[in-house]
Structure formats: C-alpha cells, structure tokens
Design a protein around this ligand. Sequence first.
Ligand code: SF4
Length: 423
Amino acid sequence: MYLSKSIYVRVWSCPKGAWISKYYPEAVPQDEGKMNRFRTGDEVGDLARGLFGPSVNVTAYMEDGKLDLPRMIRNTEEEMARGTEVICEAAFSYEGLYCAVDLLRKEKGGWAIYEVKSSSDGLQDKYIADVSYQKYVLEHCGVKVTGVYLVCIDTDYVLGPEGLDVRSFFRINDLGEQAAAEQATVPGVLETAERVLSSEEEPQTELSEECKGCELFPWCGRHLPSPSVFDLYRLQKKKMIEYYRQGLVSYADLDKAGVIRNATQKRQMDYFLNDLGTYTEPEKIRKFLGQLTYPLYFLDFETMMPAVPFCVGTHPFAQIPFQYSLHYIEHEGWELKHREFLAESGTDPRRAIAEALCRDIPADVCVTAYNKRFECGRIHELAEIFPDLADHLLAIEGNIVDLLEPFQKGWYYNTEPTNLTYI
Ligand code: SF4
C-alpha cells in the first residue's frame, strides 16, 4: 500500500471519505472555492519558506509533471547529510508510507517538523493527526525528531506600510506533546487504511452529525428521499441524526410521527406533502414594501479575503470589497438602470470603491441589499478608513433595507424548484 499524509488524514477523519476519494474521485467536488484554497495554501507555503532564513527546496518532478518521489527522498538524504539548516518538502518513505515535511529544520541533536497551514486555527485535531503521521514516518526512517510544530496564520497581524513581516504574520504552535501522545493511535489508523482502501467494497458507515457539512454528503446520502429530514430549515444536526436513526427520514415519516413543532419547518413539510405551491403573508410583505421609496437602488458587493494581506492596515482574511453591481430605478415604472465598479487588479481597491459608492449613490436615497449585514459591514469599514467620505458612506449604510427579511421571517415560501427557498 502507498499512503501519503493527506490520505492518512482522510482515513483518520472518515475512512469512507478516503474510500470514495480512491474509488470514485469524480464524486469529490472540485469547485472554484476549493481551487482558491489550494492556491492560498501554495502562497502561504511559499511564504513560510523564508521563516527561518535561507532554505533548500528538494521538490523534484518527472517529465510528466508528477512529483519524482524517489529523487526527492534522495535529495533530502543529501541535504540532511550536508547539514542544511532548513529543508523544504523534505521527503521520507517507510514501507509504503510517504510524507513530505513542509519545513524540516535542523536542531541540536535532531530535526524539527514544521507543518504549514493557511489557517488561523493551529489546534485542529486533523492537524495533530497530520503531524503525528509525519513524526511516525520520520522516526521509522531513523530520523531523531526533536520538535513538532504547526505554523499557522496570526489573524491579529496587521500589515504595516513597511510591507509584510513574515515572522509576525505566522504563529508557531508547539504540537510536540500532542504528536507524542498520538503515536500510539497511528498504527490503528494505518490498519484501517489498509483494510478499507484495499477493498473495492464501499464501507457501510452510518450517517452522523459530521456528515451534514461534509462535501461527500450527496454521495453518502444518495439513498435518502428528496427532500428528507436533512433538508429541514434550521433543524439542529443532532436532531437530524436522532430522527434519521429512528427511521424518520422523509417528510411523510416526520409528519406522521408528529415530532416537528417549529412552525416554519412544519410549513415546509406541509407545503411539500400537500403540493400547496406558494405561501405568503401579504400584510407583512406589504408593510415591508411600504418602506421602499423612489429612487430605489439595489446594491451587491463582491469581496475577497486574502490570507496574505496586501492592503495596509488590514488583517489576514479581512473582507476587502473590490466590485459592486448597482441597479436603480428613478421613479416607479421607469426603466431599470445599472452602474458598476470593478477595481484594477493588483491595487488596493478601498479608496476607489468608496469614492465610486459616494458618486453613484446619493446620500438620501433608499438602497436595498440582500443580507444587508454584509454590505453595511463593508461600507462601515470604508467610512472608518476614509473620514472625509464617512458622512456620505454612513448615510448610505443607514438607508439600506434588507431584502432578506421577508424570506428569513417566513413571510414568503414556495416549494419550487428545490423545496428550500427559505434562507
Ligand atoms: S458524508 Fe459522512 S460518511 Fe460520508 S464521507 Fe462525509 S463524513 Fe464520511
């Protein structure tokens, strides 16, 4: 068996997930968000290479672009023998177990493992499993491991005008004790990996609370009726599993058992089971619409959350608005017009977007946004950064009406097309 650290962590977290990734990789979603996370991981990983001064990267590729593992292992042996202080992607293999250490750092009497994550939380159990596996492989390769660390992003860091300070940007967590304590569990996970991954038979795993947020839920829940207890609006995960285990899976099961008491959830079931179409509360909707006045503006922001800040004064993962779409109607019945803003790539977009908002939206008009907390939050931040525009920006913020409200409060609901139009 060949096992990398990512497969090990997958097995540790859910053996069935690892099995699906091996036998049905097409079931694993590859969306843009995931690709972005990979790109961010690469960017942060590259940055961390400078954390302890000069380093040697032993990554090697074959002609087809795949990693050349044997060459990486040889390169690592050579660099270790040479006494290189920091080796990036230091590669090791022991009886089919393989790992590449993000940063292997020479210490007095041995070597320290540094695993780099583009995350702000360095104490996640899966990270401990990850470094524990690395320690296990290295020690079985005869390396004396004198330290195990996790390098993650310090979200308190603020980018100064002098540029990025790599040492302050990262936070180093000592996971030595946790990795030592976990060593005893590694053989058990390896055994599970061997048993599950060598069989073409899909593991029979009961759905659990963790499943609801898992990207493989559509696969593992393919036997469920649609809709099912897992689709009920804001039903706690614990309750979903409890009902599921009791055999209350479809809306008909739940309705018959009479266990759902929440009015919104009951309506969701009722409208589906009786094919009732659209539910409305006209009085409440009328009152909501009554607060809208012309000229009427419809605002929608796009933001980015760079892990590595590039705007002075911002933290890692700060929401930076860089684009908006603005529709507006000047008088009732008039045509819908449109304005937009898109920042120039590679620049700090905040001043330009703040000025554009003040130019495009008068301070005394009604503005709508869907889930206004988001738009209001960004406009408020811009007002704090640019005091000369603050009055105008705060006036826009104060004039925003939230289009989410009628849906969130259940004043409008229809079962088409997904049976899940509640937000
Ligand atoms: S949905 Fe559940 S069983 Fe399936 S892979 Fe995810 S966590 Fe594992």
